[in-house]
Design a protein around this ligand. Structure first.
Ligand SMILES: [Zn+2]
Length: 406
């Protein structure tokens, strides 16, 4: 099958008119303009979006435009929402989230799955996924069941579609003694891992000297804040222990210093930025645009729908653009398409998503975005466009939108 468009984007250069040839679910080659089975016209055609951070089981409507109350209240409300939804409710939310994700042209997700609800919801979904099993334990006992986690890692039904990893939730919700065992274990297993780091403003004080709002937060959960005192920040601790590697993905990093952001880049790790969720929490401007200018590989994620508002990556890219007006537009698109694939390849798993640069042999996971009329670069204009079609393994996900043409 050949699909033509006015703007084929290969993940690095300016888009050009052309065609993508697909054979057996994979990209065969990129061709110059010519006859095609499907002509998309004024549209960008490129590798599908990757949502590098979300919580599918929290695909609830956002209660308000911005957070009401404190971050601690918010975290508690999330715990309560999970309890209220129950087993079936969480699976239904994850399924709703997966549908919305696919409808938005996202072809792969890095999802945090505390208890298997995403796995159940995605059983028959074409969505490619890195499913990260969440670990939360504010006390050192009873410890982490590494046998169970090992079983989880090896349990993907369809390895061409699903990869598994681990997500120690954050530096303040996993006891340091457990992290000290878990992260080297992930390294041995070759398992990618992702952790929320430097998200609340109080994290630094908690980790450096065991005090402050974070200490009170932990006491509320019956934990001993003093045992979380490291004398330095999480990134510094990870660097010192040798656990900051290409297998690790740092989520948020709101409060990271320039040195810490540089350390993330030097280690081969990467940073996930969720601009809409960040805005929801009313935080100070995120350091990601500046870090990206300095060359750090920044990925984009929505975070949960409950804080982002929608699971559309195009919306997320628009928010990233608004927060990073000086960044070149190619970098914004790379955050959603090329960088997540590059990180996963570095983490040891190059085959699941390919490289996002339309290389022959990559999975034919594609998205087409309309280009509204106007001036300016095509990639810039397309941020105000709409997803008109997407494909996974060369199969159209919205065949009704393509009519007879597909
Ligand atoms: Zn999150």
């Amino acid at each position: 099958m050949r699909i033509s468009a006015q703007a084929i984007w290969n993940g690095c250069d300016t888009p050009h008119p052309g065609r993508i040839a697909i054979l057996d679910g994979r990209i065969e080659q990129v061709l110059p303009p010519g006859p095609a089975d499907l002509d998309l016209g004024e549209a960008i055609l490129c590798a599908g979006f990757v949502n590098a951070h979300l919580h599918l089981d929290l695909s609830l409507p956002r209660p308000t435009e911005t957070m009401v109350g404190s971050f601690d209240d918010w975290l508690r409300s999330v715990v309560e929402a999970r309890q209220h939804l129950g087993e079936d409710g969480l699976t239904i939310q994850a399924a709703i989230g997966a549908e919305e994700t696919l409808a938005g042209g996202t072809t792969a997700v890095f999802d945090i799955d505390p208890a298997g609800h995403s796995i159940t919801a995605l059983t028959d979904s074409p969505l490619r996924r890195l499913i990260l099993r969440e670990v939360i334990s504010v006390n050192s006992q009873p410890g982490v069941d590494l046998d169970a986690l090992g079983h989880f890692l090896g349990g993907a039904h369809d390895p061409s579609r699903e990869l598994r990893g681990i997500s120690p939730h954050s530096s303040y919700t996993v006891h340091p003694e457990l992290l000290a065992k878990l992260l080297p274990w992930c390294r041995e297993q070759g398992a990618p891992w992702a952790m929320h780091v430097a998200e609340p403003t109080w994290e630094r004080q908690l980790l450096v000297d065991g005090r402050g709002e974070g200490a009170r937060f932990l006491e509320g959960f019956g934990a001993d804040p003093a045992s979380f005192r490291r004398g330095h920040t999480m990134i510094e601790a990870l660097r010192e222990s040798g656990d900051l590697t290409r297998q690790s993905l740092i989520i948020h990093g709101n409060e990271c210093s320039d040195d810490e952001l540089a350390a993330i880049g030097e280690s081969g790790s990467a940073l996930v930025w969720c601009p809409r969720s960040h805005a929801f929490f009313g935080r100070a401007p995120h350091p990601a645009p500046r870090a990206a200018e300095e060359g750090l590989e920044v990925l984009l994620g929505t975070d949960g729908k409950v804080s982002a508002g929608t699971l559309s990556m195009l919306d997320e890219m628009g928010a990233a653009r608004a927060a990073a007006a000086d960044l070149d537009i190619e970098t914004i698109w790379k955050m959603a398409i090329v960088h997540p694939r590059q990180w996963l390849a570095r983490a040891g798993h190059p085959d699941l998503l390919g490289c996002g640069t339309l290389q022959p042999g990559d999975p034919a996971d594609l998205v087409a975005v309309s280009i509204p009329e106007g001036d300016g670069p095509l990639l810039e204009r397309a941020l105000a466009g709409e997803v008109i079609a997407s494909w996974i393994d060369g199969r159209a996900l919205q065949p009704e939108m393509l009519g007879d043409a597909q």
